[in-house]
Ligand binder design. Structure first.
Ligand code: SF4
Length: 487
């Protein structure tokens, strides 16, 4: 967690609206809570600390004194630090407490993430040590991506446990030093630094308070240059020269071709269009054209047979079919409105409507191809047809990723939500109730919830249909726009 962000939360509550979580982030938090609830089942004699603030600390002290077999959400406050332990498990043999950090991830191997997880654990180990709670081992408990649900959930198989004791012990001196610095930083009444560290990071890394900390950076800036977040040195050079506006980027900065194109179209306010290349792409497509888009939900805890943690449930698809270049556009769609596995119905409908001749057009095809592959594993009778559809698949986004068409309004992005309004008038995602994939996924989850009313379900279903249909309609309109330009 970023110290500047925490300081702002503590000392500038009036900025609270900027800290609000999106529907998708809330869903992730909910999933994290669900993972914790299931993980607790591994310690059946455990007791959950349900009180809050000082009472939670007192309840934890009592449970520790009673040598409770496992304490969930054990709350320790000492030296100005507060730690909430996911699970503190009593080791009777060695008369000490083992600490478990529960992570809702499939793997902890990724370099940066592993270090963060170990630091979380080490912070808690330090707080326990300061509170004179004798500790033994330190573990990370996370989801097991190899687990495939068959029948009831097998909790033992659903989770993997990794011993991090050695790593935590080795990390303790550095983390304690950081804790001292963070405490000093957070207790300062004045805002600790004028800017913040994200001045050296691409836009996708910024939190919503970036503008507050860096008012000199325009809304569309060097931080929006395509993939600038992966070129740390380049970004640092610009920041150190106090160049923030795209108008001021000097010619001697070594930008990639994509970044140079972005700058050029911004400055000229005119698109770059390679008509020959677009013509070649369009000519290679075979009729009928099938514009396909999936919406998926990827729950941490597998809901149905054949699913592993975070495997995608394809709960909806939209398919627009164009049989001939100037033919009538046909629409086929499916939305699964029950709390059950939609795989069979989705696979059957696709096999029924997508013939072996023709191009299947998607946006970011690796996503649709991945969903088809997973669907084929669960629906073996449709597997060959789904694999064949993957071979027929063309990624319309390629035209933009390969820079055959670069528009100033794309702002360095090639998402359909950026491309559509720049090329086609009158069709926009922003006007919809559900306007992006994360919100669609959350909406489906709400719709199939046992507590949703009939009215709520109807409203959500309508929003989902409109959103998914727009994506494939948009692809068709973009294709038409390119064709009209090229021929
Ligand atoms: S923009 Fe980045 S560095 Fe700044 S407060 Fe947010 S997360 Fe922290």
């Amino acid at each position: 967690m970023c110290p500047k962000n925490i300081w702002l939360k503590l000392h500038r509550p009036e900025l609270a609206s900027q800290f609000a979580l999106s529907a998708f982030e809330l869903q992730l938090a909910e999933q994290g809570n669900e993972v914790e609830e299931y993980a607790r089942k591994l310690f059946p004699e455990g007791v959950l600390v349900t009180k809050t603030r000082d009472e939670a600390v007192q309840e934890t002290e009592q449970l520790i004194t009673l040598k409770t077999p496992a304490i969930f959400q054990a709350t320790i406050v000492v030296d100005g630090f507060i730690a909430k332990n996911d699970a503190l498990v009593y080791d009777e043999k060695n008369a000490c407490w083992d600490l478990y950090e529960i992570k809702g991830t499939n793997s902890i191997k990724e370099e940066g993430k592993l270090r963060d997880h170990i630091d979380d654990l080490t912070f808690q180990a330090s707080v326990l040590k300061r509170a004179n709670v004798k500790t033994g081992k330190f573990f990370i408990l996370h989801l097991n991506k190899e687990y495939v649900r068959i029948g009831d959930l097998d909790i033992e198989e659903l989770f993997a446990i990794e011993d991090m004791t050695e790593k935590v012990v080795a990390r303790l001196p550095q983390v304690e030093e950081q804790m001292g610095a963070a405490k000093y930083h957070l207790t300062q009444e004045d805002e600790p630094m004028k800017g913040c560290d994200c001045i050296y990071a691409g836009r996708s890394a910024h939190c919503s308070t970036f503008k507050h900390s860096n008012p000199q950076v325009p809304e569309y800036s060097i931080h929006d240059l395509a993939r600038i977040g992966s070129s740390k040195k380049k970004l640092a050079t610009l920041v150190e020269r106090e160049v923030f506006s795209l108008d001021d980027v000097p010619a001697d900065v070594d930008l990639s071709d994509i970044q140079l194109n972005q700058l050029l179209v911004y400055r000229n306010q005119k698109p770059i269009i390679d008509l020959d290349a677009i013509r070649t792409e369009i000519e290679a497509l075979i009729f009928p054209l099938y514009f396909l888009d999936y919406e998926t939900f990827a729950p941490a805890i597998p809901m149905f047979n054949g699913f592993s943690p975070y495997k995608r449930i394809p709960f909806q698809f939209s398919l627009h079919i164009l049989d001939t270049p100037d033919g009538e556009l046909r629409h086929v769609e499916y939305l699964h409105e029950e709390r059950s596995d939609p795989s069979e119905k989705v696979a059957q409908m696709l096999v029924e409507h997508i013939m072996p001749k023709g191009s299947v057009i998607s946006w970011n095809k690796s996503f649709e191809q991945g969903v088809n592959r997973e669907l084929g594993l669960r629906q073996p009778e449709s597997r060959i047809a789904l694999e064949r559809m993957n071979e027929q698949m063309y990624d319309l986004r390629d035209v933009f990723q390969k820079q055959y068409y670069v528009h100033p309004d794309f702002r360095g992005k090639t998402s359909i939500k950026k491309v559509l309004p720049a090329l086609v008038e009158g069709v926009r995602h922003a006007d919809l109730d559900i306007s992006e994939g994360g919100a669609a996924s959350d909406a489906w989850w709400q719709m199939i919830s046992p507590t949703a009313t009939a009215t709520e379900r109807t409203k959500i279903a309508k929003g989902l249909r409109t959103y998914c249909e727009l994506d494939t309609y948009a692809m068709c309109q973009i294709w038409k726009h390119l064709r009209d330009l090229a021929f």
